[in-house]
Design a protein around this ligand. Structure first.
Ligand SMILES: NC(=O)c1ccc[n+]([C@@H]2O[C@H](COP(=O)([O-])OP(=O)(O)OC[C@H]3O[C@@H](n4cnc5c(N)ncnc54)[C@H](OP(=O)(O)O)[C@@H]3O)[C@@H](O)[C@H]2O)c1
Length: 245
């Protein structure tokens, strides 16, 4: 099998923002795209039909990370970009129900997904990033702007996203000068299915621009970070003027 060169690798690409980024890379760039998904969906099949390679992974499973790296090494000779997008937006009180586990697992699961996984992948994938033929090579994580404001209901989620932001700075130092490492910290990008009209209105009122921008703005931020040769170790707020109000 011919190994793929200068691949874009995205975690959690099976839906919403991740799927949008996968599709944009497939349709607007020459980079081959590999993404992970956990839940099978028509959207995953559609992205595969467009030319992406999809790898099913549940990052909660212990062996998933070394297995994923082996699977990438078997297909890829170099990586142009790694995007840590996979995420779980979980209030502290819902930890037990949603993850069907005992109390406390919520915290561990969020850290497994937002901290352990990118930490392991950054270290394991550094050699493949170094081999990219592109003069610019990038790692981009997606955290959350709410880290700045904190919340009494999302303490574990935001603590794990804060760790992700800090890790971006550490890896930016470690990987310089060859690989840039940055983070995008979004406020509202996309509502979730089932969000009530009153919730939507209250969220829209929280930013100066007052819109639900959709995933295009994440794509624009990714393009900026990939193309700027002088930006590393930054947390880029993507928040529509949330900090102004
Ligand atoms: N949407 C917003 O307004 C917003 C605001 C602030 C920050 N963000 C950040 O932006 C990124 C994308 O947001 P989004 O709304 O598109 O997220 P999303 O719809 O929740 O999708 C996240 C993806 O992560 C994957 N994932 C979750 N747990 C996993 C696990 N244990 N193993 C493997 N994959 C797992 C899911 O995979 P499956 O679906 O395949 O199970 C899902 O596709 C996230 O990092 C999020 O925190 C989004």
């Amino acid at each position: 099998m011919k190994l793929l060169q200068d691949v874009v690798f995205i975690t959690g690409g099976g839906q919403r923002i991740g799927a949008f980024l996968v599709k944009k890379f497939l349709t607007e760039t020459h980079y081959p795209v590999i993404f992970t998904y956990r839940t099978p969906r028509i959207q995953v099949d559609e992205l595969v039909a467009l030319g992406a390679i999809a790898i099913q992974v549940d990052f909660m499973a212990k062996a998933s990370l070394p297995d994923l790296v082996k699977s990438l090494q078997a297909r890829v000779s170099s990586l142009r970009l790694v995007i840590h997008n996979a995420s779980l937006w979980l209030p502290d009180a819902m930890g037990t129900d949603k993850l069907q586990g005992v109390e406390g697992e919520c915290f561990d699961s969020l850290f497994q997904l937002h901290v352990n996984t990118p930490y392991f992948l950054n270290n394991a994938l550094q050699p493949l990033l170094e081999k990219s033929t592109s003069p610019l090579k990038d790692v981009i994580s997606i955290s959350d702007y709410s880290v700045e404001r904190a919340s009494s209901q999302y303490i574990a989620y935001l603590a794990s996203k804060a760790a992700l932001q800090n890790m971006c700075k550490g890896f930016a130092k470690k990987f310089a000068p060859t690989i840039k490492v940055n983070d995008i910290a979004p406020a509202l990008i996309l509502f979730n299915e089932g969000d009530s009209e009153s919730y939507k209105q209250s969220r829209l009122a929280q930013s100066a621009l007052g819109i639900e921008p959709g995933p295009m703005v994440v794509w624009q931020a990714v393009q900026y970070l990939m193309n700027c040769s002088y930006t590393t170790g930054t947390v880029l707020p993507l928040e529509g003027g949330r900090s102004l109000l």
